[in-house]
Design a protein around this ligand. Structure first.
Ligand code: HXC
Length: 514
């Protein structure tokens, strides 16, 4: 018996070495952790149980019959994060470049199936050259099996992808189907075709960094939601992200005792908005002051910065925050910001996370580029997302809520539960000057001093209509609140709506304007 136990130990030790010490050293030399080291850093200490350690590929072409490595380039299993069960796979770049074989895909699918059955998040730590080239269509089939499960799991359990190496081809499509993508700066890349193929086909000379680095995807393409300095920082933030989320779509996110007084007044908010309506202010300051302990996990912080999205807690409960940012493009909604916010609103709605919206929006961004780019269709995504969301929705208008953007930003008419406005809010079809130019056009034209006339009618319009009381009189605004009371009023709104039930008409699924 001792012989058998020794043999098992030896086999396990060999298997855990993956592609061997030289390749592990090369991985470390690039500043990257190995697949197993990453899982250790991600999971609660000692909680990870590996599965399928001895699985090997079944390919015999291109000399692969002589080259078998137990585990076949991916480590799979289950563990816990802050005591809650998660399933994870971690691709091992030291084994055939982490490429995906038929066997390797079967391992990933096995843990995905388990996660869906028991309602636990799926985490993918990706470091892979894509389809195992030697396996041909068997590898493509493996990818499609993974993709199918990503789609089935979407909206059922949270799926989070970490990109921790050069990920090419099929290796980027599974992450694209998941809820969030985190990347490591300088060591991770995502592209369908690498720089060499690009050069051959389009004659463009680009570096891997320009084409698919963490900065590119977190600031230009919007593919990545987060970019971090190294593997360890990313894994720590992945744990933080998961702590905000429920394990599945039938549960609420865990409530924690944040120790932050729900009734805490924030007097500095009374002076946040400048007197001059054309002057910007930092909406992030408001968000950070209002949420529990200023703990705000911003998502896509470097992309479409005219809208802020992210997760936080209020009175210990997870909320999704959506807020216009007047510092960028005056807070206008454009194509990128509409898509960014729409996807986040839908994510929150999938996973029972109430949505808190802070509004300061002068409208949709005008211009040829936006119209030709399809702002009508893309702006409609955000409208659609808010309108279909059935989670509790609390909205605070801090300054401007003009035109279509007033309707879109979680208005009362889209089944908003509590809609508040600060006393200085301006709720109208458009700004006072634009409105006056249209409705007083003939008076201005007829005037001996058109400029002075415009000023006069604009001031009169602003005094009468640029305020929250007309909307409040119609019940579109539930109350005009003092800025310093914002935290408590939002929390009380959320408390009031806890347990909200709202059904949609029967449908197979909706037809979001894509
Ligand atoms: C088999 C692979 C591989 C792959 C890398 N390797 N990618 N083996 N299939 N797809 C192997 C290499 O041969 C090498 O083995 C080892 O992994 C490390 O690779 P290197 O090239 O030395 O590493 P590096 O210089 O860091 O470059 C990493 C890389 C590059 C950028 C990922 O390897 C690369 O471009 N690979 C091919 C990417 C690709 O075109 N994949 C197929 C996409 S098609 P040795 O033994 O020499 O150390 C696809 C279709 C699916 O995925 C579509 C579904 C929608």
């Amino acid at each position: 018996m001792q012989d058998i136990i020794d043999r098992l130990d030896r086999l396990r030790t060999e298997a855990r070495l993956g592609g061997g010490q030289a390749r592990i050293d090369a991985q470390h030399a690039r500043g990257k952790l190995t697949a197993r080291e990453r899982l250790e850093a991600l999971m609660d200490p000692g909680s990870f149980e590996e599965m399928d350690l001895f699985v090997e590929h079944n390919c015999t072409d291109f000399g692969m019959g002589e080259s078998h490595i137990p585990g076949d380039g991916v480590v799979t299993g289950a563990g816990t994060i802050y005591g809650r069960r998660v399933f994870a796979f971690s691709q091992d770049f030291t084994v055939f470049g982490g490429s995906l074989s038929e066997s390797n895909a079967r391992k990933i699918c096995k843990i995905m199936d388990m996660a869906i059955k028991v309602g636990s998040p799926i985490i993918g730590l990706n470091d892979s050259g894509g389809a195992r080239i030697q396996e041909g269509v068997a590898s493509l089939a493996g990818y499609a099996e993974v993709f199918q499960r990503n789609v089935l799991a979407s909206g059922v359990v949270p799926q989070i992808s970490a990109i921790m190496g050069p990920c090419a081809g099929g290796a980027v499509y599974s992450p694209a189907l998941t809820d969030f993508i985190m990347m490591v700066k300088d060591t991770s890349y995502m592209f369908l075709t690498g720089p060499e193929v690009v050069k051959t086909v389009t004659h463009e000379d680009v570096s891997a960094e320009q084409l698919g680095g963490a900065i590119t995807h977190s600031t230009r393409s919007g593919v990545a939601d987060f970019a971090y300095d190294n593997d360890l920082v990313l894994l720590k933030q992945l744990r933080r992200l998961l702590a905000f989320l429920p394990s599945n779509n039938r549960e609420a996110a865990p409530r924690i005792d944040s120790g932050d007084d729900a009734k805490r007044p924030i007097y500095s908010l009374d002076n946040l908005v400048p007197n001059d309506p054309q002057r910007p202010y930092d909406m992030k300051e408001l968000v950070e002051k209002v949420v529990d302990n200023s703990d705000f996990m911003e998502i896509q912080a470097g992309y479409a910065k005219n809208i802020i999205i992210g997760l936080a807690r209020m009175d210990g409960r997870t909320v999704g925050i959506v807020a216009n940012q007047p510092m960028i493009l005056a807070g206008c909604l454009d194509i990128a910001s509409s898509i960014k916010a729409a996807r986040f609103v839908r994510f929150c709605d999938c996973f029972n996370i109430p949505i808190v919206t802070f509004v300061d929006v002068p409208g949709f961004l005008p211009g040829l580029q936006q119209e030709l780019g399809g702002i009508i269709k893309h702006g409609a995504k955000l409208l659609f997302a808010y309108a279909e969301a059935t989670v509790p929705k609390v909205t605070v208008i801090t300054r401007k809520a003009y035109g279509g953007a007033y309707d879109v930003m979680s208005s009362k008419h889209l089944r908003g539960d509590f809609n508040y406005a600060w006393p200085n809010a301006e709720i109208a079809v458009m700004g006072p000057k634009g409105a006056s130019e249209i409705i007083f056009r003939s008076e201005i034209k007829a005037s001996t001093n058109p400029e002075a006339k415009l000023k006069e009618v604009t001031a009169a319009y602003a005094a009468n209509f640029a305020n929250p009381f007309i909307a409040a009189r119609k019940g579109f605004i539930d109350d005009v609140i003092m800025p310093h009371d914002t935290r408590w009023r939002v929390i009380r709104g959320l408390q009031t709506m806890e347990g909200k039930q709202l059904a949609l008409p029967w449908k197979k699924h909706d037809n979001l304007p894509l």
